[in-house]
Design a protein around this ligand. Structure first.
Ligand code: NAP
Length: 252
């Protein structure tokens, strides 16, 4: 299938590592003009080199942007200009229960998980409306559908993104701007290794054995779903939530 992303300008947020990097690599493989954003310039340069070395796509550019900072987002979008496809992403919130968090923690999670999406959509949609084309995919978590133990901030703000995206899908569909959310189950990234490896040496393997497919997911497997939903080949799916979890979630 031709995904028709060749030459399209694709902005992937929080893309120097993990799932964001995998999504950027998937778009680069398809010949898109990819912009990867995160907070550390040196890490971004290194990631851009790695993506080039596997895709041979020379159109990989880096942008320093803290997605919790609205001014950074505005400046980045202005500098890139005319973005066709956006993949929203951010660092994961800390784990914990209700008593563990104060107002600062709540505010930070709100800025990072929800307001980053609000501000990015606000910045990119005027141009998308003009050109009557846009695809927006937000990387969330399976907590958008089913609460996860000990991840109260995620359980609160991921479903809020689903509500936001559903409303936006209604408003933007007439301008051929389609917006969807993709939630990872357990994918093999630095974040997951940091959480589980602390607990026990072979805990990642044990977690994998509890998943129907028998292992945790690879970031590249997750990226395939994002790539299709955020492509010109997707012409009729909007306002949807897709979980990529190897069958882990049992709810319908
Ligand atoms: P990761 O491997 O830790 O990578 C996180 C990326 O986000 C890095 O590139 C980091 O770069 C960037 N980042 C963090 N905070 C940022 C900020 N404020 N502004 C811009 N960039 C920022 O994480 P991951 O596993 O890919 O997870 C990505 C998202 O998916 C997270 O929200 C996570 O909660 C969610 N998720 C992941 C899984 C999973 O199994 N991996 C499961 C459920 C949900 P810098 O630090 O240099 O900025």
């Amino acid at each position: 299938m031709d995904l028709r992303v060749r030459g399209k300008k694709v902005l992937v947020l929080a893309a120097s590592k993990g799932l964001g990097k995998a999504c950027a690599t998937a778009y680069a493989e398809e010949g898109a003009h990819v912009f990867i954003a995160s907070r550390n310039a040196e890490q971004l340069r290194q990631t851009a080199k790695e993506i080039f070395s596997v895709t041979h796509n020379p159109n990989i550019e880096t942008v320093v942007c803290d997605v919790t900072n609205g001014k950074d987002i505005e400046k980045m979008v202005q500098e890139i200009g005319c973005i066709d496809i956006v993949i929203n992403n951010t660092g994961g919130p800390p784990a914990g229960k209700f008593a563990d968090f104060d107002d600062t923690d709540w505010q930070q999670a709100f800025e990072s998980l929800l307001m980053s999406v609000v501000r990015t959509v606000r910045a990119v949609t005027p141009h998308m409306k003009e050109q009557q084309f846009g695809r927006i995919v937000t990387i969330t978590s399976s907590s958008m559908k089913q609460a996860l133990d000990g991840l109260l901030l995620s359980n609160t703000f991921r479903p809020a993104i689903v509500g936001l995206s559903k409303s936006l899908s209604q408003e933007l569909a007439g301008d051929n701007i389609l917006i969807n959310s993709v939630g990872p189950g357990t994918m093999d990234t630095d974040r997951i290794r940091a959480v589980y490896d602390q607990e026990e040496e072979d805990s990642v393997k044990k977690i994998g054995e509890m998943i129907p497919i028998g292992r945790i997911g690879r970031p590249a497997e997750f990226a395939k779903a994002v790539l299709f939903l955020g492509s010109a080949a997707n012409t009729y799916i909007t306002g949807q939530t897709l979980v990529v979890d190897g069958g882990a979630m049992k709810s319908l």
